[in-house]
Design a protein around this ligand. Structure first.
Ligand SMILES: [Zn+2]
Ligand SMILES: [Zn+2]
Length: 351
C-alpha cells in the first residue's frame, strides 16, 4: 500500500509498504478520507513528545473509511461497513475513561500520533481501540469527506457544551480557519443569533462569507475588534467568545469583549513558552465571566457530531476546499499551513 510516512521534523516521504496484518482481535480499515489538522502541521514542524526521535509514523487522525477485514474474535463489525475512527483511545479503566472522557485519559493512545494514522491506503485498528469503541459506523447519507470532519467538529461540540450557547445569544469566534467555521456552525444550530467571525486574513473571511455561516465578518487588523463587537451588541459585549487560535493577546482581549455573564472558551492551546498569559482577572470577577477550556473530544461528542452532520441541519461539504491524493501529501500540508483555504483533505484513489 501507499503511505505518507513522517520520519522527523519537515521530513515526510511517500512510500510503498506492506498492508498492515491484523490479528483475531483487530480491524483493518481502507481509508477513504483523512483530513489534515493543525496538529499534523505542528508535528510536521516541531515534532511530538509521543513520537520519539528516530521513530517513523503515519500521521492523520481525522479518519473515515470502510472496513476491509475483521478479526475472527471481533463481534458487531462487518467488511464493507462505513466508519469513522476517532483518534483518542482511552485505557478503559482509569477514572476519566470510566466517566466517558476518553480524551482525558492519562494513558491514552492516539491514531496518527502514538499509532499509525490515516494518511495511508489502509490502517490497522489495534484491539484496544476496537474494545474501547473507537470504530463508529456512519449513515449512508454522510460522505466520507464529511465523516472525516466529524472529528474536528466533535472538538467544537465539546467546547459548545462547555459554554452552553443559548438561543438568542451572540458569539464571537476569533480565528476563521476550518475550526472557527465549525464553531460557527455548531453555535448557529444551538441558536446563536449573531455569529461574528474574526481573522486577519481577508481571503479566509471571504471563504467564510461564501459559506454563509457568519452574520458579521471582522478583520481585526484593519478594524478595532472591541469597538466593533460593542457596536454589534448594543454596547453589551458578546455572550460567548471562542479563541480559535494560539495568540496570548487574544485571550486577554476575549475577557474585554465578553458581556456580563459571558462565557469564554479558550479553545486553542498555547505553544510552549507562551503558556503564561497575563489576564485582567477583575474582568472575570466583576463581569462574573466563565472561562473554560476543552481539549479534543470524547466518543460521545463524535457520535453527536455524526448525528448533526448526517442531518439536514448542517452541511460540512463547503468546509473542504483542498483535495489531495496520498502522493501529494506534502502539498496538502503546505496548503493547510498556508492559511489560504479552509480544510485540506487526503482522499483515496477510488473515492
Ligand atoms: Zn485534529
Ligand atoms: Zn484511561
Amino acid at each position: 500500500m501507499k503511505a505518507a510516512v513522517y520520519y522527523g521534523i519537515e521530513d515526510i516521504r511517500i512510500e510503498e509498504m506492506d498492508k498492515p496484518q491484523i490479528n483475531q482481535d483487530e480491524i483493518l480499515i481502507k481509508v477513504k478520507a483523512c483530513a489534515v489538522c493543525g496538529t499534523d502541521i505542528r508535528i510536521y514542524k516541531y515534532g511530538h513528545f509521543k513520537i520519539p526521535e528516530g521513530d517513523k509514523r503515519i500521521l492523520g487522525h481525522e479518519i473515515a473509511g470502510e472496513i476491509a477485514e475483521v478479526g475472527t474474535n471481533v463481534k458487531g463489525y462487518h467488511v464493507g461497513e462505513r466508519v469513522v475512527v476517532p483518534p483518542n483511545v482511552g485505557c478503559g479503566h482509569c477514572k476519566m475513561c470510566k466517566q466517558g472522557f476518553n480524551q482525558l485519559c492519562t494513558d491514552y493512545e492516539a491514531f496518527g500520533i502514538s499509532w499509525n494514522g490515516g494518511f495511508a491506503e489502509y490502517m490497522k485498528v489495534p484491539a484496544q481501540a476496537v474494545r474501547e469503541g473507537n470504530v463508529i459506523k456512519i449513515p449512508e447519507s454522510l460522505s466520507f469527506e464529511e465523516a472525516a470532519l466529524c472529528e474536528p467538529l466533535s472538538c467544537c461540540y465539546n467546547s459548545y457544551q462547555a459554554v452552553d450557547t443559548k438561543p438568542g445569544e451572540s458569539v464571537v469566534i476569533i480565528g476563521a480557519g476550518p475550526i472557527g467555521v465549525l464553531h460557527a456552525m455548531i453555535n448557529k444550530i444551538a441558536g446563536a443569533t449573531k455569529v461574528m467571525m474574526v481573522d486577519i486574513i481577508d481571503s479566509r473571511l471571504e471563504e467564510v462569507k461564501a459559506i454563509g455561516v457568519a452574520d458579521v465578518l471582522i478583520n481585526s487588523q484593519t478594524e478595532d475588534l472591541k469597538t466593533r463587537v460593542l457596536e454589534e451588541t448594543n454596547g453589551l459585549g458578546a455572550d460567548i467568545v471562542i479563541t480559535a487560535n494560539s495568540v496570548p493577546a487574544i485571550q486577554q482581549l476575549a475577557l474585554e469583549i465578553a458581556a456580563v455573564h459571558g462565557r469564554i472558551s479558550l479553545f486553542g492551546g498555547m505553544p510552549k513558552g507562551k503558556e503564561f498569559v497575563t489576564l485582567n482577572t477583575n474582568l472575570i470577577h466583576y463581569k462574573e465571566l466563565k472561562v473554560v477550556g476543552t481539549t479534543g473530544s470524547s466518543l460521545q461528542h463524535v457520535i453527536n457530531s455524526i448525528e448533526i452532520a448526517a442531518s439536514d441541519r448542517m452541511d460540512l461539504k463547503p468546509v473542504v476546499t483542498g483535495r489531495f491524493k496520498i502522493d501529494d501529501a506534502k502539498e496538502a500540508f503546505a496548503y493547510a499551513a498556508s492559511g489560504a483555504g479552509l480544510k485540506a483533505i487526503i482522499v483515496s484513489e477510488d473515492l
